[in-house]
Design a protein around this ligand. Structure first.
Ligand SMILES: *Cc1c(COP(=O)(O)O)cnc(C)c1O
Length: 239
């Protein structure tokens, strides 16, 4: 992220509480502008690369849902916070290595980045009281290096998830490509969502929208916003 991204997001010297409440009111404004009820939209602060202290700060502000993108960082934070609050939800939003999938499933409450059949297979034998909620991530670029399944392979992957009892398909997820027009990606994901609902009527959720594009996501039907820097401030450099 560029040096001045924080300023660009309007978070100069603000506190965590101020940034959280600014984002919450921007979400409400965007919902109002889009004619949507704010209760249709779930905010999931992304705390990757930040220490457990920052998560604690958000817990103190009433946040109960967090997104993380790397194992074992996510596991360590979930463990550290479990002594603090029992009702926290952890959403995994980063790429999942096949050999780490079962470990990740032990501490998360949802995975947003299901992108291939091999990963679904790796998760098929997890043991949980209830099926694990998952989102299928769609790659909105032609670049196979980016996370997500290509749109033309989406239906097959959705059918694979539907056939897997350990998983419950919530809907679709995407990351708008850098430098592109986020509206175009979000509108495209929404169309794909309508398409897959013919085979998966319950899979209506749309996990899309980050710090710089959550308004456009809300306009296009987002139900789950994954917002990091606008709330947490600039991320520490990843190591
Ligand atoms: C980091 C991350 C986010 C949050 O990004 P910000 O720009 O900090 O809001 C959302 N989704 C995924 C998959 C991420 O990796």
């Amino acid at each position: 992220m560029p040096e001045h991204a924080g300023e660009a997001l309007g978070q100069g010297h603000s506190t965590l509480a101020e940034r959280l409440s600014a984002v919450q009111s921007q979400i409400q404004d965007a919902c109002r502008g889009a004619g949507r009820d704010a209760s249709e939209v779930t905010l999931i602060p992304v705390t990757k690369f930040h220490g457990p202290e920052l998560v604690e700060g958000l817990v103190d502000l009433g946040v109960r849902r967090f997104a993380e993108s790397r194992h074992p960082e996510a596991r360590d934070k979930a463990e550290a916070l479990s002594v603090r609050a029992e009702d926290l939800e952890w959403h995994f939003v980063g790429q999942v290595q096949t050999k780490k999938a079962r470990q990740i499933a032990q501490y998360v409450d949802a995975i947003h980045s299901i992108d291939r059949a091999g990963l679904v297979d790796a998760l098929s034998s997890i043991e949980r009281e209830h099926p694990l909620p998952v989102f299928v991530q769609v790659n909105m670029t032609p670049d196979p290096e980016r996370g997500g399944v290509q749109p033309d392979e989406l239906d097959a992957l959705v059918e694979h998830v539907l056939a897997t009892q350990a998983l419950e398909l919530e809907g679709l997820m995407c990351v708008a490509p850098l430098g592109g027009e986020p509206r175009v990606s979000f509108a495209a994901l929404r169309e794909l969502s309508v398409r897959i609902q013919t085979i998966a009527p319950m899979a209506t959720a749309l996990s899309m929208g980050m710090s710089n594009d959550f308004r456009e996501a809300i306009e296009n039907g987002a139900t789950h916003l994954r917002i990091g820097a606008a709330i947490t401030g600039k991320r520490p450099d990843r190591t």
